[in-house]
Write a protein that binds this ligand. Structure first.
Ligand code: MV4
Length: 515
């Protein structure tokens, strides 16, 4: 390939917020790169602003006024004299026009070329490319549907149920399941209308609909000289309404041969697209023999961490290095899959109230640590979680030699995790890690819904307003039990505690709910 041109990044602007902004700042600092944080008014006291070398305010609070506002961000690049921009995930991370605007402002976009982003942004084009490189795709239309007649012909071919998808959509937006011939016309009209208004492109295509598939995705990493590798797959089947909750790597669903096969094909296809930087190739699995390409995500993803843990490769560091023109110094055979990693997304949401967002002040936090435990978070004591953005406040990542060890370690880490002030999904994760189907590894994307009764029992059998009293009572009874068993209790205070968070931890049995 061409001789590497080195364009070292000196000052990186991070066009994002929250934990990923913190993650990127850390990778930049490891490389001696200066950092510029952007922040909305509500994010003035955020950790990414405290950790960056410089910061620029984006006036306003809504995403549209701030982290999605291209003119304001371009002005900030010029003002801060940044020579590169990392978009993180979400916001403008997959917007090819944003990548072009950054290039036109004289800075380097940390990610693939705008051309590769546009190609993968068109789901019909992406499928065509994959198919041309022997990546199996779900049976369906290979071109935009011309009209209802065209759709009817495909329906006769592939049968029901089928799914209509916007070619410019993705991530579960702009999709419609169709179950009978009678629904075709209405579904086609509605899907086309939504595609035009949401994505500015009315093109839709159809596929056979796979009920409750498993979701597997392959991590790839390419330099700008055509060298690329895959870092194996992640299993992201534990999700709710297209929001992933737990991800793991590798997947129990694939054996070593299938892993090498799917990874190898992903690399060939990404190379053919002229892909560079980190990317993810998504698949849905009907059975281990039926694994179908879905779409490619041209950004770093939330769950990149589990691939890092099993491969030992720092993906964000390599995004910055390949954006500087560095060639990848390793080949596929240099990359070893080691152990098992699991990530739990800790969201400021109340699982007992249908995952209702719970923004507000975090009085106290205590992160778990120790062997095989990693926490990626922007939380700190006294931080106020704003209402305007995503509710994810921490990622708890564990590593172990086996899936069993990793699962037990996750329970141990969750038992150490304390966030006082707002309800979070931590309790939900504890229930997942004890669920027999999850333990056996046979879950699919319908898991959370199908286990609704299990989850109800697991954490909401005591009404919310009585939960503190129930915990207190349980703790007192445990102390009484211990006394009967001639074990000396450390504290037997009967005074009403002012802070339940502090007092309960003293009163409770020292052996907590963990493993
Ligand atoms: C599908 C499907 C079943 N059959 N396509 C949702 C997100 C987007 N990337 C693709 N999605 C799906 N496409 C066919 N032909 C089921 C889903 C799907 C899904 C996929 C991955 C993870 C979670 C999901 C939840 C619901 C539906």
């Amino acid at each position: 390939m061409s001789t590497p041109t080195k364009r070292p990044i000196k000052r990186l602007l991070i066009a994002n917020r929250g934990e990923i902004a913190v993650r990127i700042i850390r990778a930049a600092r490891d490389l001696g790169i200066e950092t510029v944080a952007l922040y909305s008014d509500a994010d003035q006291y955020s950790l990414h602003v405290k950790l960056a070398d410089y910061s620029v305010n984006l006036p306003g609070n809504t995403a549209v006024d701030t982290y999605l506002n291209v003119p304001k961000i371009i002005a900030a690049i010029k003002e801060s004299k940044a020579d590169a921009v990392h978009p993180g995930y979400g916001f403008l991370s997959e917007n090819a026009d944003f990548a072009d605007a950054i290039t036109n402002a004289g800075a380097k976009f940390v990610g693939p070329s705008a051309k590769a982003m546009r190609l993968m942004g068109d789901k019909i084009e992406a499928k065509r490319l994959m198919k041309a490189h022997k990546v199996t795709c779900v049976p369906g239309s290979e071109n935009p549907l011309k009209d209802v007649e065209d759709l009817r012909r495909h329906a006769q071919d592939i049968g029901f149920p089928m799914i209509l998808k916007a070619s410019a959509g993705g991530g579960g937006r702009g999709m419609r399941v169709v179950r009978t011939m009678d629904d075709l016309a209405e579904s086609f009209a509605a899907c086309t209308r939504e595609a035009a208004s949401y994505f500015g492109n009315p093109a839709v295509f159809c596929e056979r609909y796979i009920e409750n598939p498993r979701h597997i995705e392959v991590q790839v990493l390419f330099d700008e000289h055509g060298n690329g590798v895959h870092l194996f797959e992640r299993d992201c089947s534990v999700q709710r309404r297209h929001q992933k909750l737990i991800e793991e790597a590798p997947s129990l669903f694939l054996n070593a041969e299938q892993r090498a096969e799917i990874g190898g094909r992903a690399v060939v296809a990404a190379k053919a697209a002229g892909y560079s930087s980190a990317g993810t190739i998504e698949f849905i699995c009907e059975s281990p023999e039926r694994v179908y390409f879905m779409e490619m995500n041209t950004r770093i993803q939330v769950e990149h961490t589990v691939s890092e843990e099993i491969s030992g490769i720092d993906l964000v560091r390599w995004q910055l290095l390949v954006a500087s023109g560095e060639p990848l110094p390793f080949k596929q055979e240099d990359i070893q899959l080691r152990g098992w990693a699991i990530e739990a997304r800790i969201n400021a949401e109340d699982p007992a109230k249908g995952f209702l967002p719970s923004p507000g002040r975090v009085n106290q936090v205590r992160f778990p640590a120790g062997p095989g435990v990693r926490v990626d978070s922007h939380l700190y004591p006294g931080y106020e979680i704003p209402q305007f953005y995503d509710s994810m406040v921490a990622k708890l990542i564990v590593w172990g030699q086996t899936r069993e060890i990793a699962m037990d370690r996750m329970l141990r880490a969750l038992s150490e995790f304390e966030i006082d002030g707002v309800p979070t999904t931590a309790k939900f994760h504890e229930a997942v890690l004890r669920n027999p189907i999850f333990r056996a590894g046979t879950m699919n994307t319908g898991f959370v819904e199908s286990q609704a009764e299990y989850f109800k029992k697991a954490f909401s059998n005591v009404p919310e307003e009585h939960q503190d009293h129930a915990a207190l009572l349980a703790a007192i009874l445990t102390v009484e039990d211990q006394k009967k068993g001639a074990v000396t209790a450390t504290t037997t205070s009967s005074a009403a505690p002012k802070s339940l968070w502090r007092e309960r931890s003293r009163l409770e049995s020292t052996r907590r709910g963990g493993v």
